[in-house]
Design a protein around this ligand. Structure first.
Ligand code: CO
Length: 189
């Protein structure tokens, strides 16, 4: 870094001012900064198994509050990935222990979209759609959080986006479920 940009670390150590918050899966094949091509200092990152944004999780909520209220990020990227082992584990009926409880919200999404998922071929296509539906749900969790509502209430611009990354080709699929206001969240945007 220093050979390319002598001031890089001197600049970085002074402050972080990222415009983006990434909420993604812990999967080692989904490296946040690399996928969006951002340098250290440009992306605030929260990762957990199956990229969940559970409304009672203190870890995620602390990250969200800091990112929105203090860093004032402009975009929140909820990024799932096709072939997610967490999503698969949520619905394969095997017992693994604590993680089965963590993955409970995915089983709820699965139940709510039972008919749509049943109509798809078992295995890959069905799981990939569940990865998308999970992201859509997590976008809703983030956008409906009081931290976001407070930000919009004081006129602070911040958008929540839903993406799914493909391990197979390195491309991001934008699910076009972006929410940028309370009116959009309520379907009046
Ligand atoms: Co995953």
């Amino acid at each position: 870094m220093v050979s390319d940009d002598a001031d890089f670390f001197r600049r970085l150590v002074r402050q972080q001012a990222p415009e983006y918050l990434w909420i993604g899966c812990s999967d080692s094949r989904v490296p946040a900064n690399d996928i969006v091509g951002l340098d250290p200092g440009e992306l605030f990152v929260h990762r957990n198994v199956a990229n969940l944004a559970p409304p009672q999780d203190a870890n995620y909520l602390s990250v969200l509050q800091f990112a929105v209220a203090v860093l004032k990020v402009k975009h929140i990227l909820v990024v799932g990935h096709y072939g997610c082992g967490g999503v698969k584990a949520a619905v394969d009926g095997k017992r693994r222990g604590l993680v089965d409880h963590w993955l409970h919200p995915i089983r709820e999404v699965c139940n709510e979209h039972h008919a749509e998922l049943e109509a798809l071929p078992q295995g890959g296509p069905r799981l990939d759609r569940l990865c998308e539906l999970n992201v859509i749900r997590q976008v809703r969790n983030v956008a409906s959080d009081l931290f976001l509502q407070d930000a919009w209430g004081r006129g602070q611009p911040v958008s929540v986006h839903g993406w799914v990354y493909s391990l197979a080709n390195g491309l991001v699929n934008d699910l076009n479920v972006t929410v940028s206001s309370l009116a959009e969240l309520n379907g009046r945007g």
